[in-house]
Design a protein around this ligand. Structure first.
Ligand SMILES: *Cc1c(COP(=O)(O)O)cnc(C)c1O
Length: 463
C-alpha cells in the first residue's frame, strides 16, 4: 500500500492544493473519505458539553476535538434503542424476559459473539463475551498457567499495563512461586522505547524452556507499539510456551487473526475501540485446539455447564465446549446492548477498510506533528518540540501516537483541555493522541494541531 504521505500528496495535487498543511487539504481528505458517514453513527461531543473548556478560546458550538478513543470510545447512537427495548421488556414481563426475543437474557451474550469473532479473526466456538478484562485474564491464566520447577516463568513486557502486571504477580503467588524468580519483564534496548521483535524472539530462543507462558499486550497502551503477534506466538510455541495476548488496545483498532496465528488465548476490553461504555463487558478467545480440554484448573460456575441441561440442577457438570465453557455467571443484558449497537456499526464496513483509513489518518497526524513540532524540523514553529514514542513504521502501530514534549507534559495537557481537546496523559511523560477511524476525521486532526500550536505558544510566552 502507498504510504500515507504519498496518498496525501496525490490528493493535494489532484485538487490543486499546494500547501499540505492547509485546512483546505484536511477538508478535501474528509470529502474523499469513503467511511466519513460512520461519524454520524456516534454522539460526537461538542465544545460546550465538555468540562474545563475556556470559551474565550474556542467556538462553543463546534465539535470538540475528541482524540481519546484509545481510552473510551464514543457512544454509538444505537445504544439507547437497544437498552430501552430491554428496560421495556423487563417492565412488561419480568422473569419471562430470560427467554423472549429480542436478546433473550439467558443467551444474550451469545448474540455478540459472531461480531467479535470477526473482529479478532476467530472461528466458531473460540470467542466468549463476559466479565471485565482483568477478570478474564485471571480466568485464562488459572486455566493455562501450570508452572513446574523447570518451567515456571511468565514473560511480559516491562511497563505492562498495571492491571496485567498485578494479575501476573498474583497468579504466580497463587501457584506457590516467587514473583522475583518467575516474572520476567522484557525491557527495550537502552535508549529505545519499544521492544524489537528480534529481541523478543532471541530471548525466547535462549530462555524459552524456562518460560511457561508469554503474556504480552498486542498493542502497547503507553507507546502505541503493535507487536508482531504472529512471529512472537510462533517462536514461543516452538519453545513449548503457552501464549496469551491482552488485546485491550488492538481489538477494533487493527485487523487480527487469532485463529490463524494459533494464539492459545486472548482477552480484551470493549470500551476502547469498540465503544461499549465505561467498564463494558469484556471478551476472551480460546483457540479451538483447546476446545475439549478438561485438564485445567479453570474456575467454574453454572454458566460453564452446557445449555441443554444447565437447568436440570443435578450438580453433575457437563462442561460447555470451547470458549463458552469459561463462563461463570449469567450474562448482564444491559452490558450486551452497547455491544450490539457497536457491532451494527462495524457491520457497515470491514476491519481492512477501517485500517486503510486509520493508516492515512494517523499518517496525516504524524506528518503535521513532524512539520510543526519535530525536533529537527526546519519548519518548526515553536521552541518546544515533540518526539514520538510510537514506531514510525505504520505496520508497527495502530491509530494512536504517543507524544513526548520538551516542556512540561502537565501544562501542555492543561492547555489542550482548555481548547476542547479530549486526550489523556499517562505518567511518567506521554500524551496519547488517537484519531479513531470510526468517527474522527482529517479536520479533527488539523484542529488538534492548531490547538497544540496555540498551547505551546502560550507556554513559551509564560502565560
Ligand atoms: C485498558 C486496559 C486494561 C483495563 O482493565 P479492566 O479490567 O478493563 O479495568 C487492562 N490492561 C490493558 C493492557 C489495558 O489497556
Amino acid at each position: 500500500m502507498a504510504s500515507a504521505f504519498n496518498i496525501i500528496t496525490q490528493v493535494a495535487a489532484k485538487s490543486n492544493i499546494t500547501d499540505l498543511t492547509s485546512f483546505e487539504l484536511a477538508k478535501t481528505l474528509d470529502e474523499n473519505d469513503e467511511l466519513k458517514h460512520l461519524r454520524d453513527e456516534f454522539f460526537f461531543p461538542k465544545m460546550k458539553t465538555l468540562p474545563h473548556v475556556d470559551f474565550s478560546l474556542v467556538d462553543e458550538n463546534s465539535d470538540a476535538i475528541y482524540m481519546c478513543g484509545n481510552s473510551l470510545g464514543l457512544q454509538p447512537k444505537g445504544v439507547k434503542k437497544y437498552i430501552d427495548e430491554q428496560l421495556e421488556k423487563w417492565a412488561n414481563m419480568g422473569v419471562f424476559g430470560h427467554m423472549q426475543e429480542p436478546l433473550p437474557w439467558a443467551l444474550c451474550d451469545e448474540y455478540a459473539v459472531d461480531g467479535y469473532s470477526k473482529l479478532v479473526g476467530a472461528e466458531k466456538g473460540e470467542v466468549v463475551m463476559m466479565n471485565g478484562l482483568t477478570i478474564n485474564l485471571h480466568l485464562m491464566m488459572i486455566s493455562f498457567y501450570h508452572p513446574t520447577p523447570e518451567r515456571h516463568k511468565i514473560l511480559l513486557e516491562s511497563k505492562a499495563f498495571p492491571s496485567d502486571h498485578y494479575a501476573v504477580e498474583s497468579q504466580i503467588k497463587l501457584r506457590g512461586f516467587n514473583v522475583e524468580d518467575s516474572m520476567v519483564c522484557l525491557e527495550p534496548r537502552s535508549g529505545e522505547t519499544c521492544l524489537r521483535t528480534e529481541d523478543i524472539v532471541d530471548y525466547l530462543k535462549k530462555e524459552g524452556k524456562s518460560i511457561a507462558m508469554v503474556m504480552f499486550s498486542g498493542l502497547q497502551y503507553y507507546t502505541g507499539q503493535l507487536y508482531d503477534m504472529k512471529t512472537v506466538t510462533e517462536e514461543a510455541q516452538r519453545q513449548g510456551c503457552i501464549v496469551g495476548w491482552d488485546l485491550a488496545h488492538a481489538v477494533g483498532n487493527v485487523p487480527l487473526k487469532l485463529h490463524e496465528w494459533n494464539v492459545d488465548f486472548a482477552c480484551w476490553c470493549t470500551y476502547k475501540y469498540t465503544c461499549s461504555s465505561a467498564g463494558g463487558m469484556a471478551g476472551a478467545f480460546v483457540h479451538s485446539k483447546h476446545a475439549t480440554r478438561k485438564d485445567d484448573d479453570r474456575l467454574l460456575g453454572w454458566w460453564s455447564h452446557k445449555f441443554g441441561s444447565r437447568f436440570v440442577m443435578d450438580n453433575k457438570l457437563d462442561l460447555e465446549e470451547g470458549a463458552f465453557g469459561y463462563r461463570v455467571s449469567n450474562p448482564p443484558i444491559l452490558l450486551v446492548c452497547p455491544l450490539m449497537a457497536i457491532l451494527d456499526v462495524y457491520k457497515k464496513t470491514t476491519m481492512e477498510a477501517l485500517r486503510e483509513k486509520s493508516l492515512l489518518l494517523t499518517g496525516y497526524l504524524e506528518y503535521l506533528l513532524e512539520y510543526y513540532f519535530g525536533r529537527d524540523s526546519a519548519t518548526r514553529t515553536t521552541k518546544a518540540f515533540c518526539d514520538l514514542l510510537t514506531p514510525k513504521n505504520p505496520a508497527e502501530r495502530g491509530c494512536q501516537l504517543s507524544l513526548h514534549f520538551s516542556v512540561d507534559m502537565g501544562t501542555v495537557f492543561q492547555e489542550l483541555v482548555k481548547r476542547g481537546v479530549a486526550c489523556d496523559k499517562r505518567l511518567p511523560d506521554v500524551i496519547r493522541i488517537a484519531p479513531v477511524h470510526l468517527y474522527n476525521n482529517f479536520s479533527d486532526v488539523h484542529r488538534f494541531i492548531a490547538a497544540l500550536q496555540a498551547s505551546l505558544k502560550v507556554i513559551e510566552n509564560g502565560n
